[in-house]
Design a protein around this ligand. Sequence first.
Ligand SMILES: CC(C)(COP(=O)(O)OP(=O)(O)OC[C@H]1O[C@@H](n2cnc3c(N)ncnc32)[C@H](O)[C@@H]1OP(=O)(O)O)[C@@H](O)C(=O)NCCC(=O)NCCS
Length: 180
Amino acid sequence: MPLFRKTAIRVRKALLPDAAAIDGLLFEYSRHGMLLARSLPELYENIRDFTVAEDGQGILGCGALHFYGRHLAEVRSIAVWPRLRGRGIGAMIVDALLAEADQHRIACVCLFTRIPRFFAGLGFKKVERERLPDKIYKDCLQCKRRDDCDEVAMFRGRLPGFARQEPRPTRRATRRPSRT
Ligand SMILES: CC(C)(COP(=O)(O)OP(=O)(O)OC[C@H]1O[C@@H](n2cnc3c(N)ncnc32)[C@H](O)[C@@H]1OP(=O)(O)O)[C@@H](O)C(=O)NCCC(=O)NCCS
């Protein structure tokens, strides 16, 4: 990565050809245990979760929004190349993910992090992890560090309550042709 880039930064949804670059960027941090490792097949499978920042020369940063349902989504895999940190790119990516959650009318966005100060600056508040059971059942119970976790749970929006099954929309009644 060059030290300084002059061209404008664009934030957009990731496409399949971005998977290899995202893989390289996430590996930069997962090899030091700073981010959860994600395999390339897993990235291909979940590429539609990802948003990237680019400048015409390559990917500068990435982040993902994972849907649990209309009640909750999770921001994950936020990363910016080390030499490009501190220029607002991480904040731009998180803002884009929050806008995406709004478009989908998702009530709450959560995340687990070791750098709560970064996310507090973007409007997230700390919460007890037990308030986010979707995440606990999906990841935490399987995690090697489940009894030794140093991540802080955070959220923005309306915390999920108890699970409530929404009624299925009924099929629209078809009108009988009138008899003449
Ligand atoms: C976290 C990360 C994505 C931030 O990206 P960035 O482009 O450097 O951040 P920005 O320049 O947009 O910073 C936005 C604000 O957050 C602050 N900030 C950035 N990194 C921070 C950190 N690690 N801790 C606390 N605050 C931080 C900045 O000072 C800035 O504050 P300001 O608006 O008052 O000036 C980047 O440092 C990174 O890739 N880290 C390694 C991977 C990682 O830990 N990801 C998060 C996993 S949950």
